[in-house]
Design a protein around this ligand. Structure first.
Ligand code: SF4
Ligand code: SF4
Length: 623
């Protein structure tokens, strides 16, 4: 399927879409005019598709500097009466939380939908966070789709509810929903792209104590009204296979596992699927509970609904057994799968399973630890930094490498071992600054270009202001690499592929008052090492920007220009010192069956940096 079909397909047609692609069609059918994000897996593909289609769809789309800014951009559009869409990974909502919590108070004029892509089992995240709790904390309506069709339909529905009640709506996907593919019946696209009008009303939009007390009351009234809608909504439906012994309450991806097992094993059960799950439809759940003998709650990640059900039973003095995470029937953490859910159900209704069919979903796969790509500009930067440290006879054990979120954190692997602490986007500087105060150890902070703009800048200001001695390496690979290569404020292109004002990291650092700021191409190993030596001798904050395009960018350019150089090992010169494999660690190097060092032409990116590291000059260009 071509990406363009997400925009061009007509009402009634069917598309085979990823959950993230279906999200784009959903908001186009919902008539949005503005969309914004900061890229983060598992929601990244939404931005990539919008980046391709926004211009043609006539809407505005941007990759913002961070999730809070993205949230504020979409909030403003909704305040001006337009429909807007902001999306991010689950931890992105933490960054946006300040704006998120207050926007629920002010409310919106045009519909506004927020998509949070949670990542149970942390496939590409620093924590496992259930943003259904954020919905409850903020008092914001919550929708939970179970497949791409529902992603599309619920986003459209959410925009309608948002506009009707003048409140933003949160839609929670998880990795499995974002990345699963399914057939989607498409509806009609409502053209967006209008200009809105912001009607001044400080009592609605200015969150000072004078107004927020009333806003809080209005919010409560809205939630009570919306709960009535959730109670009656067909989105919360019952699937009955004929039994009353067990009732299962479930939502999101967990529903798919439940229904697969129920059908596969022929279990007689009643299932309540909640897709409009907050405000919690208490009466609907209560009515359901009254029709079954015992209840199992199947939900990822936190026992959110389980606690609501237990509360409900207590409130109505009902005595029914509730199974779920809290009693150990199901695991308290990590993503579920059909085996896990199957075992949970089997614990309750032993002996009523069709034993002949055993689902096997956990196939043993080889471990593949992530590594920096061949041709990655971070590798020579680390290599040169290590050499500079060695030349200055600094003790590596006394250096704290304060790293950050991005590909460069992969330097935690040997032989570089250059990531000692990393907690969240932009933390390398705040944490690095803290270590300079708390210890007498030397601190080297490492951050990427996109992450620097996202959350690193306040940390650098803090570090410079407090006159700390710290080396900051900004690894500028001209893109947001880890999420697939999205633009950021440091490149001359925006999310709609229009020319944009490029913000110079060097000028920003100088403007903040850093006394030492130098930019170097890390592919020039000698010069990079020399600059690191200079920077490590500097007595205050020293900033070194290692600037070279990401290997994904050079690979694309090589493909277009067909000018990729190929390299080989001259076996007569090679001494088998293994420096290229053990110290430099480009994954294109390997030892063949004859115990000779070789370069895999399929992996080699043609960067040529390895020529500079071979002491025997054994790496040569294939002429
Ligand atoms: S660094 Fe050079 S000499 Fe050493 S193993 Fe690699 S190719 Fe051979
Ligand atoms: S040229 Fe050398 S360093 Fe670059 S990708 Fe190929 S093998 Fe790796």
């Amino acid at each position: 399927m071509k990406i363009k079909e997400i925009l061009t397909s007509k009402e009634g047609e069917k598309l085979f879409l990823l959950g993230n692609e279906a999200a784009v069609r959903g908001v186009l059918e919902g008539g949005i005019s503005v969309a914004s994000t900061y890229p983060g897996t598992p929601s990244s593909e939404i931005g990539d598709v919008l980046s391709n289609l926004a211009k043609e769809a006539g809407i505005y789309f941007e990759f913002s500097a961070n999730e809070k800014v993205a949230f504020e951009v979409s909030t403003a559009a909704a305040a001006a009466g337009l429909r807007s869409f902001v999306f991010m990974k689950h931890v992105g909502l933490n960054v946006a939380a300040d704006a998120f919590m207050s926007t629920v108070y002010t409310g919106v004029k045009g519909g506004m939908i927020i998509l949070s892509a949670d990542d149970p089992s942390m496939h590409s995240s620093q924590n496992e966070q259930d943003n259904r709790i954020m919905a409850r904390l903020a008092h914001i309506p919550l929708l939970e789709p179970s497949n791409p069709q529902e992603v599309k339909d619920l986003l459209k529905f959410g925009l309608d509810i948002s506009e009707e009640f003048e409140i933003p709506v949160l839609l929670r996907t998880t990795t499995r929903i974002s990345h699963m593919r399914g057939v989607v019946n498409v509806g009609k696209i409502i053209p967006g792209g209008k200009k809105g009008i912001f009607k001044k009303d400080p009592s609605k939009y200015v969150v000072v104590p004078q107004f927020v007390v009333k806003m809080r009351q209005r919010l409560q009234e809205k939630i009570i009204q919306i709960q009535k809608i959730a109670e009656k909504s067909k989105l919360n439906r019952i699937i009955d296979t004929g039994g009353k012994e067990l009732g299962i309450i479930t939502s999101g991806a967990a529903f798919n596992y439940v229904i697969d097992i129920v059908q596969e094993k022929g279990i007689k059960v009643r299932v309540l699927k909640l897709a409009f799950s907050y405000p919690f439809p208490e009466q609907k759940v209560l009515d359901f509970i009254n029709t079954v003998d015992q209840i199992l709650i199947v939900e990822e990640v936190e026992p959110v609904m389980e606690k609501e059900v237990l509360f409900l039973l207590g409130k109505h003095s009902l005595n029914k057994k509730v199974y779920g995470k809290l009693d150990g029937t199901l695991p308290i953490m990590y993503e579920f799968n059909p085996d896990i859910v199957s075992m949970g159900i089997e614990k309750i209704i032993q002996g009523k399973f069709k034993k002949e069919k055993t689902l096997k979903t956990q196939l043993p796969l080889p471990l593949r630890p992530p590594v920096l790509c061949p041709g990655c500009p971070h590798r020579p930067a680390y290599y040169a930094l290590k050499k500079a440290i060695k030349k200055l006879r600094l003790n590596e054990k006394d250096i704290i490498y304060s790293s950050d979120i991005g590909c460069y954190a992969l330097a935690l692997q040997p032989p570089y071992n250059m990531a000692d602490y990393c907690i969240c986007m932009g933390s390398s500087l705040g944490v690095g600054s803290g270590f300079t105060k708390a210890t007498s150890q030397r601190v080297i902070a490492l951050i990427g270009d996109s992450t620097f703009f996202h959350g690193g800048m306040p940390g650098l200001i803090n570090t410079i202001h407090h006159q700390e001695k710290l080396l900051l390496v900004i690894m500028d690979n001209r893109t947001t690499g880890m999420t697939g290569g999205q633009p950021h404020p440091g490149v001359p292109l925006d999310g709609m592929r229009n020319p944009a004002r490029e913000i110079s990291i060097e000028e920003v650092a100088k403007g903040m008052g850093a006394g030492f700021v130098k930019t170097v191409d890390p592919f020039n190993l000698k010069e990079t090492e020399e600059i690191f030596i200079e920077a490590l001798k500097f007595e205050e904050v020293a900033v070194v920007i290692t600037k070279h395009p990401c290997a994904m960018i050079t690979a694309t350019e090589n493909k277009k220009s067909k000018k990729k150089l190929r390299y080989k090992i001259n076996q007569e010169k090679c001494s088998r010192c293994l420096l290229c494999i053990k110290n430099f660690t480009c994954p294109a190097f390997f030892i063949n069956q004859n115990n000779l060092v070789n370069i895999n032409p399929l992996l080699c990116n043609g960067c040529g940096v390895c020529i500079q590291i071979c002491p025997k000059k054994a790496i040569e260009v294939i002429k």
